[in-house]
Design a protein around this ligand. Sequence first.
Ligand code: ZN
Length: 146
Amino acid sequence: MLDVNDLYQEVIIDHNRNPRNFGELKEPSHCANGFNPLCGDKITLQLKIKNGIIEEACFTGDGCAISTASASLMTEQIKKMTLQQAQQLFTQIHLLLTENNNTTDCGKLNVLSGVKAFPARVKCATLAWHTLKYALSENNKTAITE
Ligand code: ZN
C-alpha cells in the first residue's frame, strides 16, 4: 500500500509552494473557472491564444497542494503549444490519471500519476485539465468535476 505521503513528491511540493504562472493576465482571450466540490478546490485559468498558439497561461485559485501543483505544472507545459497539442496533452493526462494499466509517458507530469492510488484525490489533479478543456471549448464557463 502506498502511503498518502508518497503523493507529495518533491515536484508537487515545490509547485505548491511556488506555483508557476500564478496571477492574472491583462488581456486573456480565453478563460474558465474550475471547481472540485469533493475537496473544495477552485481555480481560474486565463489563456492568451494567438494564431492557434497558447502564448500565455496563468491561473489563480485556492485549492489543495495537488490541485495547485497540477495547475502550475499544466500552465508551464501548455505555453507555446498549439491548440491541437494542448488537446492531445489533455487526452494523455486523462489516461495517465484515470487508467490503471497505461503506459502513457507525460514526462514531468508523470509525478501526478500517484493520485491514482487515492481515488478521492484524482479530481484534484484533473481539475486544472478539465478547466483547460472548458477554456478552449466553452469560454468563460465553470468546469465542475462532479
Ligand atoms: Zn484537492
